[in-house]
Design a protein around this ligand. Structure first.
Ligand code: AMP
Length: 286
């Protein structure tokens, strides 16, 4: 075990399990917060949420190659383990689990977890294989650590719903808690990928949330789904987004399609669009 001030770090499944078992034997509830590092206030808000529900909180840091496409930003993804560990320690996290790729995917690794339905539209269509990579690594992290609860951000709303489905279908005994999206003052959802934005792009980026807020208000006012989605796409294109992957109102739980007319119950509005080399995603409740 190596460590930075007051935050122990484990890198193997065996050491992780030994620590969690000791806590559970002492009657303590354990929470897990999975991350890919480059931590910001959004991640830290999830640590605090976990601390409100558990006696001990484990953060995992693993940049999961299996959830990046061949032309995506795996090599460029920001990495700063020492900085992350300091932030986690200050937030009250008790343990960092930072396995290497060989610990997570040893030679001969051959299993993929695929969640049908909820993982297929939107990011599932725009990023083939992405949610299979996410579902596989999250299933592993949950089975490796055996926490009482795990916290995921609503910022990745489709991911959160994929994980809820996965845990239910595979009878993994863990409570999944969704944490609200942490935002900059101008509404931009905090994201490790915001680091890719130039100053000009950073000024345009809040338009993603603004377009969703406007669309949500229009849906609440009874405007038809199809027209609202089209108007939101146009607003993003006008704001300088190079490509709009989707802007869609969906059922909030299974992310099924809504009809083209006015909404008749709760919905979730989700969007993904490319600004420079950053692919930004956001979503809001309706
Ligand atoms: P990532 O490191 O981007 O894989 O994210 C790790 C966890 O933090 C996921 O559950 C994300 O949904 C969550 N997360 C990322 N950004 C935010 C944010 N701005 N607010 C709340 N949670 C977030």
């Amino acid at each position: 075990m190596s460590s930075v001030p007051s935050l122990p770090i484990v890198r193997t499944v065996a050491n992780l399990r030994a620590q969690v078992a000791a806590w559970k034997e002492a009657g303590e509830r354990v929470g897990l917060v999975p991350t890919m590092g480059a931590l910001h206030e959004g991640h830290l808000s999830l640590i605090r949420l976990a601390l409100a529900h558990a006696d001990r909180v484990v953060a995992s840091l693993f940049v999961n190659p299996a959830q990046f496409g061949p032309n995506e930003d795996l090599a460029a993804y920001p990495r700063d383990e020492a900085g992350d560990a300091a932030l986690l320690a200050a937030a009250g996290c008790h343990l960092l689990y930072a396995p290497g790729v060989g610990e997570m995917y040893p030679q001969g690794f051959a299993t993929t977890v695929m969640v049908r339905g909820v993982s297929e539209p939107m990011d599932g269509a725009a990023r083939p294989g992405h949610f299979a990579g996410v579902a596989t690594v999250v299933a592993k992290l949950l089975l490796q650590s055996g926490p009482d609860l795990a916290v995921f951000g609503e910022k990745d709303y489709q991911q959160l719903q994929v994980i809820r489905r996965l845990v239910c279908d595979l009878d993994i005994p863990v409570q999944i808690i969704g944490g609200p999206t942490a935002r900059a003052e101008d509404g931009l959802a905090l994201s490790s990928r915001n680091a890719y934005l130039t100053p000009d792009q950073r000024r345009a980026a809040p338009e993603l949330n603004a377009a969703l807020q406007e669309a949500a208000a229009r849906l609440r006012a009874g405007e038809p789904v199809a027209a609202v989605e089209t108007a939101a796409r146009a607003r993003l294109t006008a704001a300088g987004f190079a490509r709009v992957d989707y802007v869609e109102a969906r059922r909030p739980d299974d992310l099924g399609r809504l009809g083209p007319g006015p909404i008749e119950g709760p919905a979730r509005l989700l969007a993904a669009a490319l600004l420079g080399r950053a692919r930004l995603i956001d979503n809001v409740p309706v």
